[in-house]
Ligand binder design. Structure first.
Ligand code: NAP
Length: 310
């Protein structure tokens, strides 16, 4: 099968097309013939030797976690040959998604809704799971809560806006002016152009902030929270200084990590099928053009998701 392997941790030029044997499946696994893959910033970090690199022990290194495709062999009663499935495989371990075939634990997959494409399904894995797990598990957002989503036009942000609206929240989202129309089309109640103003001067009384940007934004976000409100930082941890500041201001600051979870994928499948959420796929690359797909995500300017067709 064709796969993209990473020779050494480093730049995108280390990603190469290779011919590898088909993966073998174990108990409770299925073999998926992959149609589409989505690319996340953690793919870039891991390629550079950061991110999940320390969890990847065997060689060759095959990056990627998000797939949508068709089951061709099954060792699980959950899925049969011919089922269309999607999911985030083995995160934060070795996902091996950049390939024509992936051996996937059945417990990390859900059936793909029939009314969305493989591109849209592959998009709605790591980024959508991150939004879902944070908003429902960590924040437990309920009707009437006021939520601030930073980088609302990004992979995580665009699902987070839609899921927060589905849960009944009032949603404030940041992005540059270029992406205001997109952010509002997702259902945001208010948009803040972070390039024109300081977000902390524009909003207040927030229950939950989802921050997919750096530590500086986490610290500034404390100022817009209600007493007892929570900031979740997903791109960086909470250092001692931030933890101390949060305590002093009577707010909570957490760092969370998304986990592979087939039940959560089923919830997302239902929302996608019912049109409650949708994937914005802004760019699609061929498998051979993986280096270009990495460059697009690495730019930090991606709108919605970048997908690779296999
Ligand atoms: N811990 C976890 O479980 C977890 C899970 C998923 C992702 N993450 C991390 O979260 C981060 C974001 O991931 P992603 O996939 O959402 O990224 P992404 O899709 O690459 O984000 C790109 C978007 O960010 C916006 N943006 C950039 N700087 C901004 C700023 N200062 N204020 C507001 N918006 C800004 C850009 O909009 P403009 O062009 O308009 O600026 C662009 O649309 C990454 O570091 C990723 O590794 C962590």
């Amino acid at each position: 099968m064709k796969a993209i392997i990473l020779n050494d941790f480093g730049p995108a030029s280390n990603l190469h097309l290779a011919d590898l044997p088909l993966p073998q499946i174990n108990n409770e696994q299925v073999l998926v013939k992959v149609s589409s893959i989505s690319i996340n910033p953690v793919d870039i970090k891991t390629r550079e030797g950061k991110g999940s690199a320390s969890n990847i022990k065997d060689r060759p290194v095959i990056l990627g976690w998000d797939i949508s495709g068709e089951v061709t062999e099954s060792n699980s009663s959950h899925f049969k040959k011919g089922d269309a499935v999607f999911g985030m495989i083995n995160f934060p371990g070795h996902g091996k998604a950049y390939a024509e075939y992936v051996a996937a634990p059945a417990a990390h997959l859900a059936l793909k809704p029939g009314n969305i494409s493989h591109d849209e399904a592959a998009a709605a894995c790591l980024a959508a799971l991150t939004a879902w797990q944070n908003l429902t598990e960590h924040f437990k957002v309920k009707k009437g809560d006021k939520v601030l989503i930073h980088a609302g036009s990004g992979g995580v942000g665009h699902y987070a806006i839609q899921i927060a609206k589905y849960l009944g929240a009032y949603v404030v989202a940041t992005s540059s002016a270029d992406n205001k129309r997109f952010v509002m089309s997702l259902g945001a109640d208010e948009h803040i152009d972070y390039k024109a103003v300081n977000f902390e001067d524009e909003t207040s009384d927030i229950d939950f902030v989802l921050n997919s940007l750096g530590s500086e934004i986490t610290g500034r976000s404390f100022k817009v929270l209600k007493k007892g409100g929570t900031v979740i930082s997903i791109a960086s941890g909470i250092n001692d200084e931030l933890a101390e500041n949060a305590r002093a201001m009577g707010v909570k600051a957490l760092h969370t990590m998304v986990k592979s979870n087939g039940s959560d994928m089923e919830q997302l499948a239902e929302l996608l099928e019912d049109g409650k959420i949708r994937s914005q796929v802004s760019e699609v690359f061929a498998l051979e053009d993986m280096q270009k797909a990495h460059a697009s995500v690495e730019s930090g300017r991606a709108v919605g998701k970048v997908v690779v067709k296999v």
